[in-house]
Write a protein that binds this ligand. Sequence first.
Ligand code: NI
Length: 274
Amino acid sequence: MPVEIEFAPHPGGSYDVSLSTAQVEGFRRDGFTHVDRITTDEELDWLGVVYDAFFDSRSGAFEGGYFDLARPYDAEGQDVLPQVLNPERLLPQLRDTICYRNANRLAAQLLGADLRALTGWGHMIRKPPLVGHETPWHQDEAYWDVDYDFCAVGVWMPLDVATVESGCMQFIPGSHQGEVLPHRHIGDDPAVHGLYATDGVERARAVAVPLKPGGATMHHPRMLHYTAPNTTPNQRRAYANEFQLPPTRRAEPAHRPWIAEGQRERARRGLASS
Ligand code: NI
């Protein structure tokens, strides 16, 4: 549930970033690209305080807005892959940040779309030191509404050094060109939110994208991606924002039985089906 937290004023400032033609072409061909920096150190410091406050208080913007992606919704004890959904609903100012505005601009560039045509929503995923769980290979669209087709870009920014060992992004080039693969819930338990692709993942072709704090990857909603368990003594905080054009209604719903399975489980627990 939302908690009242007072934060210091945003530090202000600006940072300009755009993608080269080669990066845009690379994104279309491979399904992902990255920039070394998307915001300022001052904003990262400010955002880190906000981020830690949300996780320390286990704040959700709504019932079910905070949960562990890798354990059942009502699991007690140490979280291993906690997520805050829609943090902009906890702190609307997140939409006025340098990182958000730049992410929005880069997504528009990649989609060849007008900035104002895109809507965005965010989520924060934290990998605690040493126990941070892997985020198994998955496609983001596997989580989304089966009645729609999507044109979107996910922008993922670490607040800490992201290496293979702490859980940087890994991608399989070109995998965005296929369909959404069959997925199942982690541990084959529909009470666990996280999904994994059951088949068709060519792990040997994976490309890791280590980043410094404030860098960002961008990926297509069908891109297969993964982050490893955090085996380092440092936390790995990531702030991701998804930007999309208005989705278009499909003639027939996509066949993704794992979504209905998860919704039934959340309904049984009285949780929102985000
Ligand atoms: Ni994802």
